[in-house]
Design a protein around this ligand. Structure first.
Ligand code: NAP
Ligand code: MG
Length: 502
């Protein structure tokens, strides 16, 4: 008997994108050289305005690179003032119908977005790790599920705002301009977009120039979710694009997460304009370990507090305050633990420490570490071999540090911990509060009364006890002093997106 002839489906040919073409929704596209089956990355992206990808008026594009390989992943469009204007006009046009939509229907869109994020979690995680350098274990287990959780949480509020703000008349603020940093690109987009939409606002979001890809993937997802055009617009560009958004008269609210320096510029720019604003800025958290703390758990907490996401974390526990009696033990254990961290390929699921986000960030970290050595602190670095390509920094601990050292005063935003000691709770509190920042902090002790006593005296917006870096969409996040103003998450976060009256 003749062998049965195998019938193969005709091979699909993926058309190459013509030069200058944008990746358009729904069209097959030739993948970028770095794309894989798990991460569909187009060679070029337009701006997501009014529900479709369009070219920037100038036609200008810039590359986004993989910091672990230095390879270009894709080219994204640079939005100029005219494009910002177009995006805001689309958001304004969409505002009325979106706001008038039945609140439970708005909620359904948020639930749908959350579910699609879960379905596409793998692709989002892979792209997040490729574009930003963070370990896949973190993007898979933290960034993407947390982003979905924010959409679920806020989907639940959409038709319950009357319970959130009882006895008040509630109106959305209008068109929100949202600007986010590169350390948690998808998650920061979710933190911003979800509460805005739940309260009936429309959005123009600008991701950081070095990590635009998951925001653009989110744009595809929003279109697939059937979100009405213009409700969310995503425009890529650098600082100038952000500034154009901040200064545009068509914006009713600015939500910014980023550096204290840019936060101050934004506050000056919106002064006396009547624009609502929330600012989530830098931090220099104190992580306080008392001698009655469970030592091994505390060591894990300290490691996670400073090395999570290579220390590119605004609430990182970067200043360790250890009570004298346990200082030697804790430092010895930390040094041993630090040696065991796996540094390398962000896409390897065993990796603990991924790539430093960019060459510029690496140079900033190196400069501050040099200053630490020059000012007389004692440096301990782990001995991992660094990959030949890409941007890397060894986990580092400084001991013998003084409060006056730059490494204790300035945000390093890298895998660098500085250790100080204290004798009494009052001394710990004084040292912890001796910073212009006030974002987060942690306390480890066996005594509940000490937890309440110390955390009550710390001037920081987010405090953890016997744990660190725990997040939930229901708990508000934000800082005091130079760490910003306003809160994101929970009821306080919702309040930033509504106008309340009697
Ligand atoms: P950044 O330089 O302030 O940038 C943040 C965002 O603002 C980016 O999208 C950036 O665009 C944009 N931008 C730059 N200049 C601008 C201007 N003049 N007007 C409007 N927008 C402008 O901060 P980063 O270096 O990306 O992020 C690290 C900082 O963010 C750290 O200080 C960290 O502590 C802070 N952070 C705070 C939180 C929080 O919740 N408190 C969370 C995460 C990070 P380009 O990137 O394209 O230049
Ligand atoms: Mg990148």
């Amino acid at each position: 008997m003749a062998a049965k002839k195998k019938t193969r489906p005709p091979e699909k040919t993926v058309p190459a994108a013509p030069p200058g073409n944008d990746f358009r929704l729904g069209e097959p596209y030739a993948p970028a050289p770095e794309a894989t089956d798990h991460a569909r990355i187009a060679p070029a992206y337009g701006l997501f305005i009014n529900g479709a990808f369009v070219s920037a008026a100038s036609g200008k594009r810039f590359p986004t690179v993989n910091p672990a390989t230095e390879a270009t992943l894709s080219e994204v469009s640079e939005a100029g003032p005219g494009d910002v204007d177009k995006a805001i006009a689309a958001a304004r046009k969409a505002f009325g119908p979106w706001n008038r939509l039945k609140a439970s229907e708005r909620g359904k869109y948020l639930f749908r977005i959350a579910r699609l994020l879960q379905e596409r979690a793998r692709e989002f995680a892979v792209i997040e790790s490729m574009d930003g350098g963070k370990p896949i274990r973190e993007s898979r287990d933290f960034d993407v599920p947390q982003a979905a959780a924010h959409f679920f949480y806020h989907g639940g509020w959409a038709d319950k705002l009357a319970y959130a703000f009882p006895g008040r008349k509630i109106a959305p603020v209008g068109v929100a301009g949202q600007i986010i940093p590169w350390n948690f690109p998808l998650l920061m987009a979710a933190w911003k977009i979800a509460p805005a939409l739940a309260c009936g606002n429309t959005v123009v979001l600008k991701p950081a120039e070095s990590t635009p890809l998951t925001a653009l993937k989110l744009a595809e997802l929003l279109a697939d979710a059937g979100l009405p055009p213009g409700v969310v617009n995503i425009i890529t560009g650098a600082g100038d694009t952000g500034a154009a958004l901040v200064n545009h008269p068509g914006i009713d609210k600015i939500a910014f997460t980023g550096s204290t320096e840019v936060g101050k510029q934004i506050q000056r720019a919106v002064a006396a304009t009547g624009k609502r604003h929330t600012l989530e800025l830098g931090g220099k958290a104190a992580h306080i370990i008392f001698d009655d703390a469970p030592v091994d758990q505390a060591v894990e907490g300290i490691i996670n507090g400073i090395f999570f996401n290579q220390g590119h974390v605004c609430c990182a526990g970067s200043r360790l305050l250890v009570q004298e009696g346990v200082a030697e033990t804790i430092v010895a254990k930390l040094r041993r633990r630090m040696e065991n961290l796996v540094l390398g390929d962000p896409l390897d699921k065993n990796t603990d420490i991924g790539a430093i986000h960019s060459r510029a960030q690496l140079e900033r970290i190196e400069a501050l570490v040099r200053a630490g050595v020059e000012e007389g602190a004692c440096i301990h670095q782990s001995g991992q071999t660094l990959p030949a390509k890409g941007y890397w920094f060894r986990p580092t601990i400084f001991t013998e540090t003084a409060q006056s050292h730059r490494i204790n005063r300035e945000e390093i935003f890298g895998p660098v911990l500085s250790v100080m000691t204290f004798r009494t709770p009052d001394e710990a509190i004084e040292k912890a509060n001796n910073t212009p920042y006030g974002l987060s902090g942690g306390v480890w002790t066996d005594k509940g009364a000490k937890i309440f006593g110390v955390t009550g005296a710390l001037r920081a917006g987010v405090l953890w006890a016997n744990t660190f870096n725990k997040f939930d969409p229901a708990s508000p996040f934000g800082g005091y002093k130079e760490s910003g103003l306003g809160r994101e998450g929970g009821l306080h976060g919702l309040a930033a997106y509504v106008n309340l009256s009697r």
